[in-house]
Ligand binder design. Structure first.
Ligand SMILES: Cc1cc2nc3c(=O)[nH]c(=O)nc-3n(C[C@H](O)[C@H](O)[C@H](O)COP(=O)(O)O)c2cc1C
Ligand SMILES: [Fe+2]
Ligand SMILES: [Fe+2]
Length: 406
């Protein structure tokens, strides 16, 4: 796409399309490619550039800028996000536009150098409340961290009512027509982007929405995919809905037990642990056989659960794959405040429960109880221990304080 699209008077799209990309950030599929959106604002006191593009597309980005202004006219660059898909052309832009000041969020300062390898950039740190006044334009900065990197921020062009949101509200969806009312149906891409990029940061999304709700927004100019101008409130409401915790359990805390088993020994343990948890008031226990759960279901269950217990036998000194898969999909979820624990039957070495435990620790779960291990077929006495383990875990989820001896 070589044309320069006008977003509003004196506001231009200088982004680029990447229609051939099929995998983004390792974890996402992009069926028809994506766009790296960047914007240029003209004022009678100079030009502001908002974000850049992926390095391999820099030439087209510069061609678009050159068609609109000279490099000497560029006074400011606003970087809402420093991931290379948006900062790739920044070092070259700064080489060409010699006298620019860059605006970034506080957490971007130590990243800026690691990304650009330049010491000479003139930058200013900005937070909510700070306004950049340039000619007749007023660009208000909004601190919106963790969407989806620590340094992300948004900004709002006051008179034009344009929210430059950053990656939030983005879609990996390429369509030259650029505006949401002109492109094809990108709803699936909008949700897919949320699920893979923003879902692990639901609390931060809700914090950002609080700031956005104070604004009168006509256009959401995101960093990927369609610019939203037909009904921004619809898309904002979807983010609100997806990020707000479900109240389904009626205030009770959910503990989910996941197990893998070959000879039902770990399953027997899981069932007794379940009974122990269920004996605690205020907790709802659920039990799932991992061999019959697909990833979207795992994600939903994990997300709703305050307590997560995973049981697995040790197979060839390792943890069987279904349990690894469950643990690895935590990458797509918010981990704050979750309590974890592990158990399993084993034959001689019994590494699996510790592996689960260590991974949970790595995920910043609270893991207050040592893994519970039973050699081969659990005895009646061992099943009682499983019950007690469940009782203790349920009590901890309900707020009982324990000393962590690890
Ligand atoms: C293929 C295979 C490999 C195993 N490797 C180990 C091992 O490395 N270490 C160990 O402690 N137990 C090992 N075991 C024993 C199981 O962990 C043990 O039988 C356990 O009770 C199975 O629990 P389950 O009935 O819940 O599957 C292995 C079992 C199988 C079938
Ligand atoms: Fe990003
Ligand atoms: Fe991005």
């Amino acid at each position: 796409m070589n044309e320069i699209t006008t977003i509003a008077k004196d506001i231009y799209y200088v982004g680029v399309s990447d229609s051939d990309i099929r995998t983004f950030d390792i974890i996402m599929k992009t069926a028809n490619g994506t766009t790296y959106n960047a914007y240029l604002i003209k004022t009678d006191e100079g030009v502001i550039i908002l974000d850049t593009v992926k390095e391999e597309f820099a030439e087209l980005f510069f061609e678009k800028i050159e068609a609109l202004c000279s490099y000497d006219e560029i006074r400011y660059i606003v970087m809402h996000h420093l991931e290379p898909d948006h900062s790739g052309a920044l070092p070259e832009l700064v080489r060409r536009a010699k006298n620019v000041k860059i605006f970034v969020s506080p957490l971007a300062t130590n990243m800026l150098k690691s990304i650009t390898h330049s010491d000479t950039m003139d930058f200013e740190v900005v937070s909510t409340g700070k306004v950049l006044e340039c000619g007749e334009k007023r660009l208000r900065f909004l601190s919106t961290p963790n969407l989806h990197w620590p340094e992300t921020m948004s900004s709002y062009l006051e008179d034009e009512k344009i929210l430059f949101s950053g990656d939030i509200f983005g879609s990996h969806y390429y369509d030259d027509r650029l505006f949401d009312d002109l492109v094809g149906d990108f709803d699936y891409a909008f949700k897919y982007y949320y699920d893979h990029i923003m879902r692990p940061f639901k609390s931060d999304v809700l914090n950002a929405l609080k700031l956005y709700k104070e604004l009168d927004i006509d256009i959401v100019a995101t960093l990927h995919g369609p610019i939203i101008r037909s009904n921004p409130q619809k898309y904002i409401a979807l983010y609100d809905q997806w990020s707000t915790k479900s109240q389904r359990s009626g205030g009770k805390k959910i503990v989910s037990i996941f197990y893998v088993t070959s000879y039902k020994n770990t399953k027997l343990m899981a069932q007794k642990i379940y009974e122990g948890i269920e004996s605690i008031e205020g907790v709802i226990a659920n039990i799932y056989d991992l061999s019959a759960l697909d990833e979207p279901s795992m994600l939903n269950i994990l997300e709703e659960s305050t307590g997560i217990l995973i049981g697995a036998p040790t197979i060839n000194g390792d943890l069987p794959r279904p349990a690894w898969e469950l643990l690895s999909c935590m990458m797509l979820l918010e981990k704050r405040g979750k309590v974890g624990g592990s158990f399993g039957s084993y034959g001689w070495s019994g590494e699996a429960p510790e592996m689960i435990f260590e991974r949970m620790r790595g995920l910043n779960f609270r893991v207050p109880i040592e893994p519970l291990k039973v050699k081969l077929i659990p005895t009646q006495e061992e099943l009682r221990l499983c019950y007690d383990f469940g009782v203790e875990f349920g009590e901890i989820v309900m707020g009982k304080m324990v000393e962590i001896t690890l």
